[in-house]
Write a protein that binds this ligand. Structure first.
Ligand SMILES: [Zn+2]
Length: 314
């Protein structure tokens, strides 16, 4: 355990990682749903819900300074920023934009995204993004209307495995009316985990609200399946994941900001659950840094050499 020990009754937040934040541009949002969510959760961001930004406000919905201020206020050191190439539901956050945005600081870790049904040179894209510093892949099966165990994804998974990338999947429900839930059920990832046993498979949202037990079974069955808790209200975390104290080395903190209120509020809500320092260390630091550290096999990560030894899971 590192980083999260009680110091004078306070929990140290050294090395904390938020594994799930977003950036958006007005020009990439054909759907008003995200704008409405951001407006409701973070009214101070002040873009309104109109189709165009107000005069004097740029295209960028999450200015860099705003992102850093969020992390600082929450005591979070680093965040994984997720691209989202899902025009089928009216959202496009290109991988190139995320990579560029994250060059501003080593506190932001870029994860790319693509649609293999429309991107014909997707292997070339993944390799070029890897060369530019991408550290993982986020896939949105329910927004792209394809099962994650579709064999067309398998070359991506092979490459991710070679690169040491975690692959994060949206699982569970969604606020987007035209998403298709059947593609987001955790059970489809059983095939992926079985066929790629050394690929870290991360279930964003843990299959909330109705499939968290299914997600937990996957995490307990497969060594490299992890649960990421973004989108679960903190006060209901133990209701959704009653096994959290026993499998905390498989569970990762994510906030989903700015579609959720301030990261500091989400963190505070989790701290109020009274989890042990060991569970908090797993949740906020150790598991996420080991997933990112695996990328360091190639040598560029500051986390190079930090091994992860999963605690025994009863
Ligand atoms: Zn999200």
């Amino acid at each position: 355990m590192e980083g999260t020990e009680a110091v004078d009754g306070e929990v140290s937040r050294k090395g904390w990682i938020d594994f799930h934040v977003h950036i958006f541009r007005m020009s990439g949002l054909a759907s008003p749903v995200v704008r409405d969510l951001i407006e409701a959760s973070n009214p101070q961001m002040g873009h309104g819900t109109g189709a165009e930004p107000p005069p004097g406000v740029g295209d960028e919905i999450v200015p860099f300074e705003t992102m850093l201020a969020q992390l600082d206020a929450a005591g979070v050191e680093r965040a994984v920023v997720l691209a989202q190439e899902t025009p089928g539901i009216g959202i496009n956050v290109p991988s190139d934009y995320v990579l560029e945005y994250c060059t501003q600081t080593d506190r932001l870790v870029p994860f790319v995204s693509l649609n293999i049904q429309t991107e014909h040179d997707y292997m070339g894209k993944l390799l070029s993004w890897a060369a530019r510093g991408a550290r993982g892949l986020k896939l949105y099966p329910s927004y792209q209307f394809i099962y994650p165990n579709d064999r067309r994804f398998y070359r991506c998974y092979e490459l991710a495995e070679e690169l040491g990338w975690p692959v994060v999947f949206h699982t569970g429900s969604s606020v987007f009316a035209n998403s298709r839930l059947k593609y987001a059920l955790p059970i489809h990832l059983d095939d992926v985990a079985a066929d790629f046993p050394s690929l870290p498979v991360v279930l964003a949202h843990c299959g909330r609200p109705a499939w968290t037990a299914e997600a937990t079974i996957l995490a307990r069955t497969h060594d490299k399946v992890y649960l990421e808790i973004s989108g679960i209200p903190p006060h209901r975390l133990l209701e959704y994941l009653p096994d959290l104290p026993r499998i905390s080395d498989k569970v990762i903190f994510g906030s989903d900001w700015p579609s959720t209120p301030a990261i500091s509020r989400t963190v505070q809500g989790i701290l109020e659950l009274g989890l042990s320092p060991e569970v908090l260390a797993n949740l906020f630091v150790d598991t996420a840094s080991s997933l990112l550290g695996e990328v360091a096999a190639g040598g560029s990560s500051p986390l190079a050499g930090q091994g992860h030894s999963p605690a025994a899971r009863a």
